[in-house]
Design a protein around this ligand. Structure first.
Ligand code: 5GP
Ligand code: ZN
Length: 116
């Protein structure tokens, strides 16, 4: 993890330089609605510190990954989602477009279909 990257879209959202529909934040993570929702509920959970991909987390930062997942659980509960999907795309080949690591939290309808 590193200081904010001035060229990173999600670092700009963390800093408040770009708007976002925030649903949760604490000292470690920020969650906001995805601008192109793929389900009735679709938000992103990101570390506030810049990390490009899951591959860039070190074992010393494992607690941050845990906090991202527990935040997904908390948000799903806060929004009354009886079930939901959590996904993380890693690198271009994994479908990642924004290189500040993030979890997708999707729900609001029964989720079926292929993951890949
Ligand atoms: P990825 O493909 O990198 O896993 O997902 C990036 C996600 O970020 C996409 O679902 C996309 O809709 C979302 N996104 C891209 N730009 C913005 C933005 O400026 N604001 C918000 N709220 N979401 C964004
Ligand atoms: Zn960033």
């Amino acid at each position: 993890m590193s200081a904010a990257d001035p060229n990173c879209l999600f670092c700009k959202i963390v800093a408040g330089e770009l708007p976002a529909d925030r649903v949760f934040e604490d000292e470690t993570v920020l969650a906001f609605k995805d601008i192109h929702p793929q389900a009735p509920f679709h938000c992103l959970v990101i570390p506030k510190a810049h990390v490009a991909t899951l591959n860039d987390f070190t074992s010393q930062e494992a607690a941050v990954i845990g906090t991202l997942l527990l935040t997904a659980k908390r948000i799903a509960g806060d929004h009354g989602l009886p079930g939901y999907r959590v996904a993380m795309n890693v690198n271009r080949e994994g479908g990642q477009v924004v290189f500040h690591a993030h979890l997708h939290v999707l729900g609001g309808r029964p989720l079926k279909g292929a993951l890949g």
